[in-house]
Design a protein around this ligand. Structure first.
Ligand code: G3I
Length: 301
């Protein structure tokens, strides 16, 4: 096929992009997104600070805008993210003990209930591990202890049993201490029946990064009985080196049957969170060499 989304769909996969709602009024942005992609994720609009600015007072306007826009165009929506140590509203940061626990559970319930039926997969918990495989010492970890991730997944499952529930992190682009710690957590969850359906690999890279164990890493998670998704792909760099790194990631997903889709973390270099032009379309919405490599990999896989 001739677009990223349609090519991914031929193998039952999606190809998505992270979206900022305030860019949808720019016609080149909207046209590129609608033409090339078949899935979206809100870059920021579904995070805790955006959706629950005051305790128990939910604001879904930003997320709803993106969901409505996507659904009108037949696109799928990923949910990002229910619980994260960053982008918490100020009122959460000072909570302790059961006040924080109840705030977390109430937040998950409120957001996942609201988007039930709209979101095919949730990043339930984002970035809870350190490079060495230890738990990040966030307020959630310090106040609630090791069980907080399990509590979050159980609450999400109760609120939206139909959505696929993912753990999402970065720096897990190969077999290393961090990915192994997450692997062990997922294995434990599967053994004990804690509801988890998928693992998200953010895949924020630079051109030429060593991806020697990338596919093998995806495959070992899949072998645990979870889907794997590339959730925030971007590759700093340019030209053939950047294209080759994108191609390696795409080929790895295509080679793992439980790799259900790829999301790039933005539509155009113009609006990336990074300043090293890491996306598939340049500042003028022209297709880059990396675009062609990804498209070909999707079609050959
Ligand atoms: O919403 C305010 C806006 O009102 C204000 O005018 C503006 C002025 O700076 O700031 C806006 O908020 C910013 C927001 O992006 C929207 O542009 C925040 O300051 C800024 O921190 C925020 O950055 C986001 C970052 O997550 C927050 O940590 C990036 O856009 C977003 O791309 C990035 O995404 C994360 C994923 O969620 C998790 N994985 C890593 C990834 C990259 O950091």
């Amino acid at each position: 096929a001739t677009t990223l989304g349609a090519s991914a769909a031929e193998s039952g996969r999606y190809f998505g992009a992270a979206v900022a709602g305030n860019r949808l009024s720019e016609s080149a942005y909207a046209n590129t997104l609608a033409t090339e992609f078949n899935s979206v994720v809100a870059e920021n609009a579904m995070k805790w600070d955006a959706t629950e600015p005051n305790p128990g007072q939910f604001n879904f306007s930003g997320g709803d805008q993106i969901v409505t826009w996507a659904q009108q165009r037949g696109m799928k929506v990923r949910g990002h993210t229910l619980v994260w140590h960053a982008q918490q509203p100020g009122w959460v940061e000072g909570l302790t003990g059961n006040n924080l626990r109840n705030a977390m559970l109430n937040h998950i319930t409120g957001v996942a209930n609201h988007y039930e039926g709209d979101v095919f997969a949730w990043d339930v918990v984002n970035e809870a591990f350190e490079w060495d495989g230890s738990r990040r010492q966030s307020n959630l970890q310090q106040q609630l202890g090791n069980g907080w991730i399990e509590e979050a997944f159980r609450a999400a499952d109760a609120a939206d049993p139909g959505a696929r529930l993912c753990y999402n992190d970065y720096g897990t682009d190969g077999i290393n201490s961090k990915s192994t710690a997450i692997y062990n957590m997922v294995a434990d969850f599967k053994n004990r029946g804690v509801p988890i359906d998928c693992v998200g690999f953010q895949t924020h890279l630079s051109a030429g990064d060593n991806l020697g164990t990338y596919q093998q890493n995806l495959q070992r998670f899949a072998a645990l009985g979870v889907d794997v998704e590339i959730t925030e792909l971007d590759v700093g760099g340019s030209g053939s080196s950047q294209a080759a790194t994108f191609e390696t990631v795409t080929n790895a997903c295509m080679a793992v049957s439980r790799c259900t889709g790829i999301t790039v973390w933005g539509v155009t270099d113009k609006y990336s969170w990074r300043d090293d032009d890491p996306l598939l379309f340049d500042d003028n919405y022209q297709k880059k060499q990396a675009y062609t490599s990804v498209l070909n990999a999707l079609n050959e896989g």
